[in-house]
Design a protein around this ligand. Structure first.
Ligand code: PEP
Ligand code: MG
Length: 312
């Protein structure tokens, strides 16, 4: 089976009815890039940059070290685009494993963009490193866990400020597309507003499911209720994808459901054309894509959304 899949590495991901599907990789370290290319990824859809920072409390990588890491990821991808998500620590990804969060509810606390906006100088250090790396390849910048317009405008103001700081230093930087994660139900419900500010959106189903269903994604005792097929979750995902088509802007899914072969047909039926996943899943998902006919999947997916047929 693995050998058979390996032969698909260079096969373009196109459905029976000719829909081109973008299969991207999720990576955690620059070293992961070569494996992503080898698996046939056409880019990185999610570089979880927090992994550069975790376990390094007190000695966080500065602008230069981050710049080198992002360049290394770009080099590893051999000219393919790399989507760098700004640091998403907190909750199940503490900066320092030995240090226990005192917050009552870390998943609802100071994590991801909230953490970055709480320390704008540190945030801009990362932004400058990303902008500089963008002078050497195709870089997209992705922000996690946005929910409020005020967070969006603060974030974009920090990007402008980071560019101004580089200008003042006379340091070269490149253009970046700006995108937001849709992983809080509030964000999914105001997707039009998000499209006013961003070039592309990426749906983080891991957190979107967690926050929609109030199920801690790391809590085994309620894992049976963590359901990617819950109609409320599917409705939010479907609406974001549909709005992307309406606006002619890119929408991707980068949560675990994107790499789950039992979800591929449904996501294609809902109109998804860009999937980002662990590199090990890419060929198996590609096989599903090659067998899919979106003309048949689309009406079926609408029925699933209405809860009229089982999703399997
Ligand atoms: C997600 O929430 O689906 C996601 C991709 O981000 P992470 O798993 O890193 O929180
Ligand atoms: Mg997330």
């Amino acid at each position: 089976e693995r050998e058979r899949l390996a032969r698909l590495r260079h096969t373009p991901a196109v459905t029976i009815d000719g829909q081109k599907i973008e299969l991207l990789a999720n990576i955690e370290q620059p070293d992961d890039a070569p494996a992503a290319v080898k698996a046939g990824a056409v880019g990185v859809g999610l570089f979880r940059s927090e992994f550069l920072f975790m376990g390094k409390t007190g000695n966080l990588p500065g602008e230069e070290a981050q710049y080198q890491a992002y360049r290394q990821a770009l080099d590893g991808m051999q000219g393919l685009p790399v989507t760098i998500r700004t640091i998403d620590v907190g909750a199940d990804k503490p900066l320092d494993k030995g240090h226990k969060d005192n917050y009552l509810n870390p998943a609802l606390g100071l994590r991801a963009i909230r953490w970055s906006l709480a320390d704008p100088a540190m945030f801009r250090t990362q932004l400058r490193a990303v902008l500089r790396a963008a002078a050497h390849g195709k870089v997209k910048l992705l922000f996690p866990m946005l929910a409020h317009v005020s967070e969006i405008t603060q974030t974009l103001a920090q990007v402008d400020l980071a560019r101004a700081e580089l200008d003042a230093r006379g340091v070269a930087y490149g253009p970046v597309q700006l995108g937001a994660m849709i992983e809080i139900p509030a964000a999914a419900l105001m997707v039009r507003t998000f499209f006013k500010y961003f070039d592309f959106l990426s749906i983080g189903t891991n957190d979107l499911i967690q926050y929609t269903l109030a199920i801690d994604r790391a809590d085994e005792s309620v894992a049976h209720l963590y359901d990617p097929l819950h109609p409320a979750v599917l409705r939010l995902v479907a609406d974001v994808i549909a709005e992307g088509h309406a606006q002619g802007k890119a929408v991707s899914v980068c949560g675990e459901t994107a790499g789950d072969v039992t979800m591929t047909r449904l996501l294609l039926g809902l109109g998804l054309r860009s999937f980002s996943m662990h590199p090990a899943q890419i060929l198996a998902v590609k096989q599903e894509v090659l067998r899919a006919d979106t003309r048949k999947l689309a009406p079926w997916a609408q029925q699933v959304l209405q809860g009229e047929v089982p999703a399997a």
